[in-house]
Ligand binder design. Sequence first.
Ligand code: MN
Length: 203
Amino acid sequence: MKKTLPIDGRFALTPLPYAATALAPAISEETLLLHHDKHLATYVANLNSAITGTPHEGQALEDIVMESRGPLFNNAGQVLNHNMFFGQLRPPRDANAPHGETLKRINHQYGCFDAFRTEFEKTAMTLFGSGWAWLSADADGKLRLTQESGAGNPLTLGLRPILTADVWEHAYYVDYRNRRADYLGALWSVIDWDVVEARLLSE
Ligand code: MN
């Protein structure tokens, strides 16, 4: 996994790789602007202030997530998780689906993409409160579904995270109110499976 290093001791807010209007109707411009420009920007600012004067200054974001606890972990985890989340989305496509090695492993382990989607959505729906649903690969390349509350990331379980759904209410409440299932159903149309495949195959 490519590591995220601070520049002059500070982490930057990663710009969205698409226009704020690009993910509608799955994710509205209003949600995306709030989510990225307000929520994520606050995590970045809090990370930069929490890190000052600690032994973690100058460390890569991924190493901070592995080694820290408390408020520093929470803000570092949220920055990493959001960078992964926003970085794996693209404008909606009909019949958007995985390909390559990702599809091969999904078919092998879950039978088909539809069956995998059901399992992933179940993982995200049964997470109580705020957190993240994850698809990762283990050391043997086997796919694993996990749920993490708060700012958790499967890196700390020794896994390689490749796909995530943000199930904090701020990710969907403006567009879907309390209907987390509807948000998750729409999310499939904007997943960038090229990014997921690259994460799976990266060292
Ligand atoms: Mn979020």
